[in-house]
Design a protein around this ligand. Structure first.
Ligand code: ADP
Length: 376
């Protein structure tokens, strides 16, 4: 047990105080007599394991003062009190006193005259309970430090990925333009096989540029501070559909938009999110593609639903598709970089929401995104 857990004592008669102090000291505890209520409150603020107090000490405003002192304590703290009652005091009075200490005290009653062993066992179990609180607090502190470390290293990693992608752009740009030059100047001299190899190199460089661009977009979502405004859901869906105009025309997809609520969010980010989800619904289509956009609202959140009748996703892949670079197809089957859904997840996180999908292979998918509503 922690040796610093002090036993504070407040009893109006010096005789009681002396007796309790002696009994505690001889049992190996750390008694700390207080000569007044103000002294007791000051000691509680310094830290205590248990308070041993007699009912006579809890007069007038005493309990209110103790309650006010305890209210200053951190949320994990619930200070144990051993309240020494008198055999002749009516039991409802003692019960009332227990309630007077408020919710931050755990009070146990011990009737006087009591045997020393009875008092010691009450004090010991109170100190165990208090020690347990300190242990939980230490654990919470450690978890909090770990969460902060993790957040810091996560931020550093993101910054690193962002800076690296940014710095890679320039050399890649010059590689691509020199490849173009070399191809133009040597077109006639290259045989068929060399021309094919050359095309592979240029295609790979193009894919790399696409990947770097996608990574930069992903990084930007995390780096920018969200600008929250209130706007109708229809407007932002309209923007996403406008940006996907060519894709919708080419695929002959039928898009249905239900009634959408007015939401409070970062409009640009929500547009990116919807564009990614609607774009995917069209990209991973089957014959006669249909996409339905709808939303529901509760007191705590708005939830957008993007439903398609496309190729669907196998149960084993339903979660990993939201991680960076997780693709279920090759670039030859479907173009993409595997960053769209990771970006959507990040946007949902920023809005204190989440994203998930329900899907059946060959039937279609329903993507859900919840957005936390601000508490007013
Ligand atoms: P990308 O589309 O660039 O590959 P995403 O992160 O947007 O990257 O999607 C990850 C993977 O999830 C895709 O490769 C695809 O296999 C799957 N996926 C996403 N949306 C759908 C959808 N609506 N229907 C079927 N599969 C989908």
């Amino acid at each position: 047990m922690n040796g610093s857990l002090r036993c504070l004592i407040l009893a109006p008669t010096g005789e009681d105080t002396a007796l309790i102090t002696e009994a505690l000291a001889s049992a190996g505890f750390q008694p700390h007599p207080c000569d007044s209520l103000a002294g007791l409150c000051a000691e509680i603020t310094q830290g205590a394991g248990v308070v041993i107090i007699t009912t006579e000490a809890v007069v007038d405003q005493a309990a209110a003062e103790i309650t006010a002192t305890l209210a200053e304590h951190p949320v994990w703290s619930m200070l144990p009190f051993v309240l020494l009652t008198s055999a002749d005091s009516p039991s409802e009075v003692d019960t009332d006193v227990v309630d007077l200490f408020g919710p931050r005290a755990s009070v146990s009653l011990t009737e006087r005259p009591c045997r020393s062993a009875t008092l010691m066992s009450s004090v010991r179990s109170a100190l165990y309970a208090r020690q347990h609180q300190y242990d939980v607090r230490a654990l919470l502190d450690r978890l909090d430090r770990q969460a902060q470390d993790l957040e810091r290293s996560n931020r550093e990693l993101q910054r690193f990925a962002f800076a690296t992608s940014h710095d890679l752009q320039e050399p890649l740009r010059s590689i691509m333009s020199y490849l173009d030059l070399i191809e133009q100047r040597n077109a006639e001299r290259l045989d068929e096989r060399s021309r094919r190899y050359f095309r592979y190199v240029i295609e790979s460089a193009g894919r790399m540029r696409g990947l770097i661009g996608a990574l930069l977009e992903y990084g930007k979502v995390s780096e920018t501070r969200p600008r929250m405004t209130t706007f109708p859901g229809e407007t932002v869906v309209g923007e996403a559909l406008h940006n996907l105009h060519a894709m919708i025309e080419d695929s002959h997809a039928t898009i249905t938009v239900g009634t959408l609520p007015t939401i409070h969010a970062d409009r640009a980010l929500i547009a990116v999110l919807l564009q990614n989800l609607i774009g995917n619904a069209i990209k991973y289509r089957s014959a006669d593609p249909r996409v339905e956009i709808s939303a529901t609202e509760t007191a705590n959140e708005w939830t957008f639903v993007i439903a398609d009748n496309g190729i669907g996703i196998a149960p084993a892949d339903l979660e990993r598709i939201f991680d960076v670079f997780q693709r279920l197809h090759t670039s030859n089957e479907y173009r993409g970089h595997g960053i769209g859904l990771a970006t959507c997840k990040r946007i949902a996180d920023i809005h204190h929401g989440r994203i998930w999908v329900e899907s059946t292979v060959g039937v279609g998918s329903r993507f859900f995104v919840s957005i936390g509503r601000p508490t007013s």
